[in-house]
Design a protein around this ligand. Structure first.
Ligand code: ATP
Ligand code: MG
Length: 321
């Protein structure tokens, strides 16, 4: 996917007026770049031309291959991008390779006797595929593991504090981060003295996201945050993910089986099957795609499909034809 940045090129750069309400502008000699506000004006009405420059992705995954146990080829050349400020969804059924993709990015496949055997991962324009997991955390690439793993014997607060382990003695920063977590998750504040072994599934998921927030994330890799949660809770968690994305400017890469939910929140989606990306597009386009509607959203023109109908999908799927 290309994401373009509008650029105004002015004939008389000394006479520029810039008015904007938000993000800073990048000012280069004779060239002003600004991502989202096309309101750069030339005060004396000098001629301006418009051109587009491709914005570099925050995370660029390029053709990665993963092999487990030296022989099991699981990812067969997966590529995708996440741009600054985006929520991107990786969708797919059981075993499609979503978790493996996230672990390949955060360099956790080795812990499961896996290896990234091909491809590259770039974060913020730099190769990061040779970095160790703690180095990635320091850069702000934070994985929220599937299954809401918590440290059962710790209290909620101590569990959250483990998320700040790369921040050294930055006591004030850590305190502020904890306050922020409690702002987003008031329920965790109420439960801060409870042992995580005794909190509910929803609270565990909140704890896992809160722990990631403690590490100053620039991008969160979220593995099935909806798993095992009741629909109302799923909505609550997704709304917080959206707020973190908008208010804290955290990019989100969201691996989900729950395509309906993910496509409501993500801007862009990639559909994985059998270790490959088979389809990608912006969320609205994917939601309108007949195959996505049928096989991932369980909808047809006549309404819901039964699993019996759906299970024959491999034979009829258009994008693999
Ligand atoms: N440690 C491992 N050793 C061997 N094979 C593995 C390992 N982990 C995953 N696999 C295999 O890799 C494939 C992809 O698994 P992965 O967990 O990435 O899929 P997924 O899309 O996350 O599925 P789910 O939705 O069930 O979580 C599966 O066939 C799985 O059996
Ligand atoms: Mg998974």
């Amino acid at each position: 996917m290309k994401r373009n940045t509008e650029v105004g090129l002015f004939t008389k750069p000394s006479n520029l007026t810039i008015s904007h309400t938000g993000k800073g502008a990048i000012v280069l000699p004779y060239l002003i770049l600004h991502e989202s506000y096309p309101f750069l004006t030339n005060v004396d009405g000098g001629e301006s031309k418009s051109m587009t420059i491709e914005q570099a992705p925050l995370l660029k995954v390029n053709n990665i291959e993963v092999i487990y146990e030296h022989v099991i080829l699981v990812l067969k050349g997966v590529s995708f991008n996440v741009y600054e400020g985006q929520i991107v969804s990786l969708l797919g059924a059981n075993g499609a390779g979503k978790s493996t993709t996230l672990k390949a990015i955060s360099n956790l496949v080795k812990a499961e006797r896996g290896e990234v055997t091909k491809g590259t991962v770039e974060f913020d324009g730099k190769r990061v595929d040779k970095l160790f997991a703690p180095q990635l955390v320091k850069l702000g690439v934070i994985q929220v593991m599937e299954g809401r793993r918590t440290f059962e014997h710790l209290t909620v607060e101590d569990d959250l504090l483990t998320g700040a382990y790369t921040r050294g003695r930055d006591k004030k920063g850590i305190r502020d981060a904890l306050d922020k977590v409690y702002q987003y998750f008031p329920r965790l504040k109420e439960r801060r003295k409870a042992k995580t072994g005794y909190i509910s599934g929803g609270e565990m998921q909140m704890c896992a996201i809160g722990r990631a927030l403690m590490a100053k994330p620039r991008i969160m890799l979220l593995d099935e945050p909806s798993m095992g949660l009741a629909p109302l809770l799923v909505k609550e968690i997704f709304n917080i993910i959206l707020r973190l994305n908008k208010e804290e400017k955290v990019g989100m890469l969201l691996a989900e089986q729950n395509a309906a939910m993910a496509l409501n929140y993500a801007e862009y989606g990639y559909i994985m099957e059998n270790g490959r990306v088979v389809l990608d597009g912006d969320a609205e386009t994917l939601k309108d795609n007949a195959d996505v509607r049928e096989f991932y959203l369980g909808l047809t023109e006549v309404g819901k499909k039964s699993y019996r109908d759906v299970k024959h999908y491999h034979r009829r799927k258009r994008w693999l034809a």
